[in-house]
Ligand binder design. Structure first.
Ligand SMILES: [Fe+2]
Length: 450
């Protein structure tokens, strides 16, 4: 009997390996265990190793749907997602059989590095879930946790429970977000990640001073890990409490797109997240758009825009999304910089300005250069790129502004050891962006009004 169960289970997992991942409704067709089955609930403090990279991502419309990304071991038979209200009371539970997950092997066998500096090959085969929590009420605080259940070799049903994760749906008249990038999380140098996480808290404290409650979500503009092909780097980063407290919308940066040996793939970012699948062909879940309240965000993958044809594809898609949207504010984000901060010379600005003018883009956000640059309003658009935030991989102190003196309003960094981030505050009439340094001091501010 046990052998039959084991065979049936193995078959179920092989089916899961062939299945397509999707943001689909759950099925309730998991075979119930027999009445003789012994159930074991693992103690909470031993459950960390059964869940990989749990993180909360935007849904297409963040007032009614929020996406969740996570991985579990390949022997997991099913997961249950428990949605809770602000008081911690479960208001919905959804069982997701392994057939709703995808067997992910994109990180498996990749040459990497452990926190102790030891070189190793990542062992990473897991079941990857992407699930949309929907419908949700607007302007509401929610929490969720996930359980994973499997049959152990003795025929006992074992269940592990994840930590609790929190998010707030869009819909408030006013909302705010922390905008951060370029912390290149690298386990042998843990201060990179801790510097960035401390900066997130600094931005939250500043936001509390403004609105009494802190910001609502985080927007990252790429290069959050040093090598996106290193699955352990994502796992370690996602254990930080900032990923438990807020939804994170993000971009694929050049570092997120590479392995230690410079193999490039957008799948590293895609499988570490559960973004909306509304991007163009080959970029689904990597390029995407979403609305948070009154604002449309168009998220680009500059790693797929280096050739003329790649750029044309991205621009065709972005133009369509921007023109179809009725959102009050339109924001476009890509990882690469608009201007080179040290001299002010033009970078991605020249490739995108005509489209942004044509489509009425209000704010263009970039990163990568590790120097904060903010433009004047150029036609309709203000261009801003974030500074780095890891206290390690910044640029030399900025020199004289040699180019684009008529376009660039302000530049800032702290040299090679830079830590900074932005607070973005929106209401129906304006978006205000404030640059904060590591001490929570406002160094620059711009208001984009309608
Ligand atoms: Fe970077």
């Amino acid at each position: 009997m046990k052998k039959t169960l084991l065979l049936a289970f193995t078959f179920a997992v092989s089916l899961a390996a062939c299945s397509k991942n999707s943001l689909e409704p759950a099925e309730e067709n998991v075979t119930p265990p027999s009445k003789d089955t012994v159930f074991i609930n693992l103690p909470k403090d031993s459950c960390d190793n059964y869940f990989y990279s749990v993180n909360t991502c935007p849904g297409d419309v963040c007032s009614s749907g929020i996406n969740v990304s996570w991985g579990v071991r390949t022997n997991s038979e099913y997961c249950v997602v428990y949605l809770m209200d602000e008081t911690g009371k479960t208001i919905r539970q959804t069982k997701l059989p392994a057939s709703k997950a995808e067997m992910c092997t994109v990180y498996d066998g990749i040459y990497s590095k452990k926190a102790n500096g030891e070189n190793f090959y990542e062992s990473a085969r897991f079941l990857k879930y992407s699930y949309t929590l929907s419908p949700l009420a607007s302007n509401t605080k929610y929490s969720y946790r996930i359980t994973s259940s499997w049959m152990d070799p003795k025929g006992r049903k074992v269940t592990a429970t994840s930590d609790t994760y929190h998010f707030t749906t869009a819909g408030a008249d006013r909302w705010s977000a922390c905008v951060i990038s370029d912390f290149h999380s690298y386990p042998p140098l843990p201060l990179r990640l801790s510097s960035a996480m401390k900066m997130v808290e600094t931005v939250n404290n500043y936001a509390k001073g403004q609105n009494g409650k802190g910001f609502d979500w985080v927007l990252h503009l790429g290069d959050v890990v040093a090598w996106g092909g290193s699955w352990s780097f994502w796992n370690i980063m996602y254990r930080e409490k900032a990923f438990k407290n807020w939804m994170w919308a993000g971009l694929n940066g050049n570092h997120d797109n590479m392995t230690r040996q410079s193999v490039l793939s957008n799948k590293f970012f895609k499988y570490a997240t559960a973004n909306p699948l509304n991007g163009y062909s080959g970029e689904e879940g990597v390029c995407y758009s979403f609305t948070y309240g009154n604002t449309l965000f168009v998220m680009l993958n500059n790693e797929d825009m280096s050739t003329a044809s790649g750029l044309a594809k991205a621009q065709d898609w972005a133009r369509k999304v921007l023109k179809q949207s009725t959102a009050r504010f339109k924001v476009v984000c890509e990882h690469y910089q608009w201007f080179y901060g040290s001299s002010g010379s033009t970078s991605q600005y020249s490739r995108w300005k005509d489209l942004f003018d044509e489509c009425g883009v209000d704010l263009a956000l970039g990163a990568n250069n590790h120097i904060y640059v903010r433009s004047h309003k150029l036609n309709n658009t203000v261009y801003i790129q974030t500074p780095s935030s890891d206290n390690e991989r910044g640029q030399d102190p900025i020199g004289e502004l040699e180019y684009n003196q008529d376009k660039i309003a302000f530049r800032w960094n702290e040299g090679p050891k830079t830590v900074g981030a932005l607070l973005m505050e929106a209401d129906n009439d304006k978006i205000k962006v404030t640059l904060l340094d590591r001490n929570g001091q406002a160094k620059d501010m711009v208001t984009i009004s309608k």
